[in-house]
Structure formats: C-alpha cells, structure tokens
Ligand binder design. Structure first.
Ligand code: CO
Length: 293
C-alpha cells in the first residue's frame, strides 16, 4: 500500500489551487482598487466574501474615500500598509487607522460608517477583507476591535523570517490581538529574507489564501511537481492540508497568509448586505431605508 501512504503524505501539504490576478475597479466615492475576492474570477472563498487591495501615491485615486455607507451580516477587516484612514460609525465609535494597524469590525445587524483618507498626499496602501458571519450571528449587535501597529506582535524565526500576527496563533506560539472571531481566522503578514523557507501548520479544513505584496514565493515544497510560484500582486487559493511550505526566491519577499473556517451556509448578497436568503436582503434594505441601522 505504498501508493496510499504517499498520497496521504502529499495531501497534508497545501498546494496552490488557483492564482487570481485581480480586477481593477473603483468603489466608495471613486477609490481605485483591485478586487481579488468578490469578482468574476473568484466569487467567494467561504468564509471570505471580498478582498480589495488599494495602493497609490496619487491622491486622485483615493481622496474621495468611502463616505457614510451601511453594512449588515458580516465583518469588515481593514489592514493598512501605508497612510492613514479615519473611520466614524453610527454607534459613536471613531478613530484613525495608521500603517501597520488593523480594524476588525463586525457589522452584525447593521452599522453605518465612513472610511476616509486622513491624508491629502503621499502613499495610501492596504487591504479590506470581508469575513462572513454564520446565520445565528448575522443580527448580533455591531462591534469592533482595533489595534495600532505597536500592539501587533512580531515573531522572528532563526532564519530571519518575520511574522506579524494579527489574529490566530502561529506554531511558534505567537498570538494575535484580534480574538474571539467565530470563524477562527489566521491573519499573518510575513516577510522573508532571500532564499529562506517558511513552514506553518494550518487547520486542515480551513479555507486559506496568500497574497504576495512584494517579491515572489513558491508554495508546495522544494522541487515537487505540485509547487507553484506566486508573484507580487497575485492571490493564490490554497487546497486543503495541515501544513504550508513557502520558499522565497533570491530576493526578499512579503505576503499575507489568511485562513478561516468555512461556514457552509447559503450566501445571498446585495452590495453592503450579506445574508443567507433573498428575503433577508429585502428586509435589510427595508430596515436601512426605515432608518433602523
Ligand atoms: Co464599509
């Protein structure tokens, strides 16, 4: 039964299922961004509903921001690489997200918020990820967690690989500050020196993806038929397995590794509302128009 054993050992290593190059679009009041999840290339990756990447030195691309808009039924996660964003919401919360900081907002039954660039020039770059909520939590009270860059721990491994841990716990025991998210997400920002290797355990059945910020990485192990190279500004969807192996090429590289429990429920979405059924979407639009958010 040698063959079965070998099948089992390779199935433990996550491989690249699909590489997504993103679709240029604009959202809010005219912010230029690239959409990786939530487009025709990849509708969703349960529990992840949307991933946008924005990056520009030109204020015309971002200055209009995201004026007041509603959400219901899921969580919005903003991670900034450069620049500053001010947010204010209908629960009375507000603040500024700065480079390296994270905002994990649960819209629950409904929130109205604005997300506006705090700056008038310079580079603005970052991500917005939408994470679904299960049916039983879609109508819970809105809530958010926010942590500046200094509150995000960094694990530095012997080979120089640096891991910023936003949520979840690494195999090295470093735990991110964003806690008690129902989909048990892992959200890591990993920087690798040239030629280094990064190995991490993942929950075998979690959905997972990587997004390469700088450089290029090879996923799937050294010199195996199943390994694939993923380049800067590409997203790779990973197959199941309990471990991911990443190799840097001969340049430094940086990427996000994100994983979470699939929810396995029907998804009905309409703009900023994500529910289970069309009837619940109609109710969301009605509630918003009636001013009950
Ligand atoms: Co929003």
């Amino acid at each position: 039964m040698t063959e079965q054993t070998s099948d089992r050992s390779t199935s433990q290593l996550r491989t690249v299922l699909k590489i997504i190059s993103g679709v240029a679009t604009s959202d809010g009041a005219g912010v230029s961004l690239t959409r990786y999840i939530g487009s025709a290339q990849l509708d969703h990756l349960d529990p992840f509903l949307m991933l946008d990447f924005f990056e520009s030195d030109n204020p015309d691309d971002y200055i209009a921001g995201f004026p007041a808009h509603p959400h219901r039924g899921f969580e919005t996660v903003t991670y900034l690489l450069a620049g500053r964003m001010r947010h204010e919401d209908s629960t009375g919360h507000g603040g500024v997200i700065e480079a390296g900081g994270i905002q994990w907002m649960s819209a629950g039954r409904g929130i109205i918020h604005s997300e506006m660039p705090e700056q008038e020039h310079g580079r603005l770059a970052g991500f917005q990820l939408w994470v679904n909520l299960p049916s039983r939590l879609k109508m819970s009270p809105p809530d958010y967690r926010e942590f500046p860059a200094d509150d995000i721990p960094e694990e530095i491994r012997d080979n120089g690989v640096k891991i910023r841990v936003i949520t979840g716990t690494t195999s090295g025991g470093t735990r991110g500050p964003v806690a008690n998210v129902v989909t048990r997400p892992l959200y890591l920002d990993i920087s690798m020196p040239p030629g280094s290797e990064f190995i991490e355990s993942l929950r075998p059945d979690q959905s997972a993806f990587v997004f390469v910020i700088d450089g290029a990485i090879t996923i799937g192990g050294r010199e195996t038929q199943n390994s694939r190279t993923v380049s800067s500004r590409q997203l790779a969807v990973l197959g199941p397995g309990k471990q991911v192996n990443v190799l840097a090429d001969d340049h430094a590289c940086r990427f996000l590794l994100v994983a979470g429990d699939p929810i396995g429920e029907p998804v009905s979405r309409h703009g900023p509302f994500v529910m289970n059924t069309h009837e619940e979407i109609i109710q969301a639009v009605h509630d918003f128009n009636a001013g009950s958010f």
